[in-house]
Design a protein around this ligand. Structure first.
Ligand code: PLP
Length: 372
């Protein structure tokens, strides 16, 4: 049996007619840049995130970079984020002209540890960027008051967490609701993925939303008039029509991922070499990735690959140890929880269309490797 890490063709088969019809409509209209579909998607994603404004941009990376640029960061200004995340989180901070400062993660959820964030705050800290890693939200109820006490904004990296929720003071709060500004990614493999790159900024701060809207069109809202130097980071109408056609399915897809995660929990129960992912009881996880921690991780990965099972290491090298960030002066051992995670994590297939038989094969193959 062959089980890929992700099977986008299976998803496409299930919605092909409705998506292709919308794409053909757009082909006939020949209106490709921004326009109505992008505006509608901005409204829908803002609604989903319980945020006031949505601004479609060219990628999830730009959905972090442009809000950071809107903060008018100066050389030496610091933005705190996790060292255990996709590169773009810290890359965007660097490219916005600030210094990435890392704070270690919680060993259970892999999300940034608010106590570590607090310890990393200095007079140069201009923002905190929690990453809702693998699809569950960071401890926003602790990070929000911390940021407020220091008079700095929270910028949520929700690239992996569209539609995720967290109970705060008895109420469900969506990814994108509590931060001043939030970036989502529509990279094809995301829970809501386009047919290419795409991203969305949602914001509750009107001034930041307006700045991002201007920055995505070269820093001017009026053609050929530029208040500042921005860039070209528009979301294609093609991506917007695909994403609008997929959006009604998102909640069911994420629920199917949760069901798959629960099934793995049963199938892997009692296997002491493997720690299944833990959902913080306050969270509704969307399982963008199902990430186990495993003894002899590299050998297990090779074994699964040899048995035609897709799996991947997110992430093999913590960001403070990346060659490009050597200038920040961090050494190995600076963030032990993140570093330990890079040696033990392994993502297994969890996509919505995964069958029970396929899951059983994955679990049996893991058990076979450990001889239990
Ligand atoms: C945590 C995180 N931040 C940012 C990004 C960047 O998104 P994109 O690939 O759409 O530029 C990603 C995408 O993989 C991500 O996982």
């Amino acid at each position: 049996m062959k089980v890929p890490l992700l099977d986008l063709k299976a998803q496409h088969r299930s919605i092909r007619e409705s998506v292709v019809a919308k794409v053909l409509e757009l082909a006939d209209a020949q209106l490709f840049i921004l326009g109505k579909p992008v505006e509608e998607l901005e409204t829908r994603i803002a609604e989903l995130s319980h945020a006031r404004f949505g601004v479609g941009v060219a990628s999830g990376t730009d959905a972090l970079l442009l809000p950071l640029k809107a903060l008018d960061l100066k050389p030496g200004d610091e933005v705190i984020t996790s060292p255990f995340t996709f590169f773009a989180s810290a890359g965007a901070i660097h490219n916005a002209g600030a210094r990435p400062v890392f704070a270690d993660i919680d060993p259970v959820t892999f999300n940034i540890d608010p106590a570590a964030v607090e310890a990393a705050i200095t007079p140069r800290t201009r923002a905190i960027m929690p990453v809702h890693l693998f699809g569950q939200m960071a401890a926003m109820e602790r990070l929000g008051p911390l940021a407020a006490r220091h008079g700095i904004p929270l910028l949520e990296d929700a690239a992996q967490a569209i539609g995720a929720r967290r109970r705060v003071d008895g109420a469900w709060r969506a990814a994108g609701e509590l931060g001043a500004v939030t970036g989502f990614s529509f990279f094809p493999s995301k829970n809501l993925g386009g047919w290419g790159d795409g991203g969305m900024v949602v914001a509750n701060d009107e001034r930041i939303a307006a700045r991002v809207r201007s920055l995505r069109t070269h820093g001017g809202l009026q053609m050929y008039h530029h208040d500042e130097v921005g860039t070209n980071s528009r979301l294609d109408a093609l991506q917007a029509v695909v994403l609008l056609a997929k959006l009604p399915h998102l909640a069911a897809w994420s629920a199917a991922r949760r069901a798959n995660a629960a099934r793995y929990g049963e199938l892997l129960r009692g296997l002491s070499a493997v720690r299944a992912p833990v959902t913080d009881p306050a969270n509704e996880h969307i399982f963008h990735q199902y990430v186990i921690e495993a003894d002899r991780r590299d050998e297990l990965q090779a074994h699964l690959k040899a048995k035609d099972i897709g799996c991947a290491v997110y992430y093999p090298l913590a960001l403070h140890l990346q060659p490009c960030f050597r200038y920040l002066g961090y050494r190995e051992g600076a963030f032990p929880v993140s570093e330990a995670a890079t040696r033990r994590v392994l993502a297994l297939p969890v996509y919505p269309e995964l069958s029970q038989a396929e899951q059983q094969y994955v679990a049996e193959t893991i058990r076979g490797f450990y001889g239990t």
